[in-house]
Design a protein around this ligand. Structure first.
Ligand code: FRU
Length: 666
């Protein structure tokens, strides 16, 4: 017997078992150990609260686009602040407006009456350029939320900019305190019950000119040098524009707070981070160690180009969680120092350590080091023997790319140079050097560097300064170099660690494999694989079928259509498509023949946004049947295409597909 050729076999009824390289969280620029949403746009971290062993991270989220738009709150939780579990969207816009930034507190004493230990969220709602504050609560540990019937709880503020409540409990005055950003000022309000708020004071930072927009303020106490009886208060603010590295950035002030008024020790602000991509940072409420240090996460982007960075199908990541402490600096001033939280060290792979040695120009003893996710911990001796003008590392190095991190020994600055780091076409201010002043401490300059697929975070001298920047290098740019320019420097010690990824496997269930998007934005999410586009967009699996059953659970997002593609060629120029169409309120069977689309049949159906429906296609020769929620919707005959690939289609919106399976026709 002659065996049929492989090709011929493929044309028959087939469903191959899934053998798939892990494509989940594996795109070119996808952060491997930073939080990023599975798909779509993210900005500020919101509602960060520790509750019953879980760290909650909510965030500004647009579930239907990779650009900023009507804001929702996305949600994720973590037990260790390192690995994250995605949760469904927590808040969607309502008649009071879109859901802007805000915070969550645990109401330990039931001051609100929502219940002991209820989680209470306070957030801004934005509607027609007017902002109000609203409240929602959860009595099931953050799984479900009830929006308060008295919303908005704060309104009628004359200025359009009035937002981003970051609420905390002030034990001394037994009241809740809410800082709000109001254009160029921070306003403080107090409340006994989280519902009724009274104005307490306002603080207009010196650096904030009339033209400057402040956002996301936070006020928290910290011990100085670890001594609990030497407490100071820190006021942090995000500056919409004009920050040290251009565009948006964060500042802070150290001072005192009496329950109503914040008084800074000195009027001048300090930068929290000297890079371009550190914004809207806030710290975890109710975290176990809050009396010793605060844990901050910031949005790792910049409003100058946030909407245009070259990632797909998601946009933006958070910084790693950082430990913030107050320490007395060499000049006697009390300053914030920050370091990656200790838990991140669990991601370290096999350590490589290098002994103390003198580094000369044009030698590279790290020649074999490589990695697109690495941590470098270096200690250089900088004294009168040091002739080097600049020294440090080049990371994500390829033939024509490198990101340089160094110490300029003439200027006494530590810097991050992303001029040649990779893609920068989306903004002409992106390819720049960012620097921070840094004096050696006892003749040492220390660098701690976290490198991910599209970011570098640099901490100088145990976190006295930090520089955080996004970069967009080629995947192949993974070299690491150590350099010294124009002279020698002594490297005291160096440890290099590969860092493991924090993401598990895709939760998209399908007995098809080898999925490839032809166009549009596609990503796997906790609810299945999601496609998004304004035009028709296709994703095909690598197996073909002739007569079969093919089915999916499908959810249309806010608009558009989505459905099953079958008997398709490799480019979807010839294909059948069975979709559910939300604007048309119908099930639709259509085909493309040589790129020309035509409708074969339609069936009226109620299709609600964000509702899961079941769609099933069965074929037998010319006959095609489409079932919608187990009802026969379409039964027709067509003889244009007899076999081909299985796939998915979305049009003019965002659709999510789960349990995409095919079976041989019985
Ligand atoms: C800061 C910010 C906030 C606002 C939110 C809107 O990045 O502009 O002031 O609440 O983002 O998404």
């Amino acid at each position: 017997m002659v065996k049929p050729k492989q090709e011929a076999q493929q044309n028959d009824n087939v469903t191959k078992p899934p053998v798939q390289a892990n494509s989940y969280y594996n795109e070119l620029y996808r952060p491997q150990f930073h939080y990023s949403p599975e798909a779509n746009w993210m900005n500020d971290p919101n509602g960060m609260v520790f509750h019953k062993g879980e760290y909650h991270l909510f965030y500004q989220y647009h579930p239907y686009d990779a650009k900023w738009g009507p804001m929702h709150w996305g949600h994720a939780v973590s037990k260790d602040l390192v690995h994250w579990e995605h949760r469904p969207v927590a808040f969607t816009p309502d008649h009071n407006g879109d859901i802007f930034s805000g915070s969550i507190v645990v109401d330990h004493n039931n001051t609100s009456g929502f219940g002991k230990d209820a989680l209470v969220a306070l957030y801004t709602q934005n509607k027609d350029g007017h902002q109000v504050q609203s409240l929602a609560y959860s009595t099931d540990d953050g799984n479900t939320w009830t929006k308060y019937e008295g919303n908005p709880i704060m309104k009628d503020f004359p200025d359009p900019d009035w937002r981003d409540p970051k609420v905390f409990w002030h034990e001394e005055t037994k009241s809740w305190i809410m800082p709000l950003a109001a254009k160029d000022k921070v306003m403080l309000y107090t409340s006994p019950n989280l519902k009724d708020w009274s104005f307490a004071s306002e603080y207009k930072p010196q650096n904030a000119s009339g033209a400057t927009l402040l956002e996301c303020p936070e006020l928290f106490p910290l011990p100085v040098d670890g001594e609990k009886d030497k407490q100071k208060w820190v006021l942090t603010t995000s500056l919409g524009d004009g920050a040290i590295a251009g565009g948006s950035g964060m500042e802070y002030y150290v001072g005192t707070f009496d329950g109503k008024t914040f008084t800074p020790d000195k009027p001048e602000a300090e930068w929290i981070d000297y890079g371009a991509d550190f914004y809207a940072g806030v710290t975890w409420e109710n975290a176990p160690n809050n009396d010793q240090y605060r844990t901050m996460i910031a949005w790792m982007s910049n409003w100058k180009y946030a909407n245009d960075t070259p990632t797909s199908a998601w946009r933006s990541a958070m910084t790693v969680p950082r430990k913030l402490e107050l320490k007395t600096s060499q000049n006697g001033e009390v300053k914030l120092v920050q370091s990656p939280i200790q838990e991140l060290e669990t991601l370290r792979g096999k350590e490589k350590s290098y002994p103390s040695q003198v580094i000369k120009p044009n030698t590279n003893f790290l020649a074999n080091a490589k990695g697109d996710t690495v941590e470098l911990v270096a200690d250089f001796k900088v004294d009168e023997m040091t002739t080097s003008k600049a020294f440090g590392f080049r990371v994500r190095k390829g033939d024509d790319q490198a990101t340089s991190i160094g110490y300029n020994n003439e200027k006494k600055t530590i810097y991050l140079d992303r001029s040649f780091s990779g893609e920068s076409y989306f903004n002409d201010q992106f390819a720049k050097v960012h620097e921070a002043p840094l004096e050696p401490v006892d003749g040492h300059v220390k660098m701690r560097i976290l490198v991910d697929r599209s970011s570098v975070e640099l901490f100088g001298n145990d976190g006295q300064v930090s520089i955080t920047d996004q970069i967009f290098p080629k995947g192949s740019s993974d070299g690491i170099e150590l350099f010294s320019s124009d002279g020698d420097v002594t490297l005291e010690s160096l440890h290099v660690y590969p860092l493991n990824r924090i993401w598990g496997n895709s939760l998209f269930h399908s007995n098809l494999s080898g999925w490839e998007a032809l166009n549009g934005r596609w990503a796997d999410t906790i609810s299945g694989t999601q496609g998004s586009d304004t035009v028709d967009s296709f994703k095909l699996a690598d197996s073909r079928g002739k007569d079969f059953t093919y089915e999916t659970d499908v959810k249309i997002g806010n608009q558009g259509a989505g459905g099953l593609v079958f008997r398709s060629d490799k480019t979807a120029k010839n294909a059948y498509v069975a979709t559910i169409d939300q604007p048309g309120q119908m099930v639709k069977l259509w085909k493309k023949v040589d790129g020309e689309a035509s409708i074969l049949a339609t069936y009226p159906a109620k299709i609600d946004p964000e509702t899961t429906n079941h769609l099933k296609v069965t074929t037998e020769g010319k006959e095609i049947k489409v079932h919608f929620n187990d009802q026969l919707a379409i039964r027709t005959k067509d003889n244009s295409l007899s076999s081909g690939y299985f796939g998915l289609n979305v049009w003019n919106g965002t659709s999510t597909f789960q349990n995409v399976n095919t079976y041989p026709k019985k």
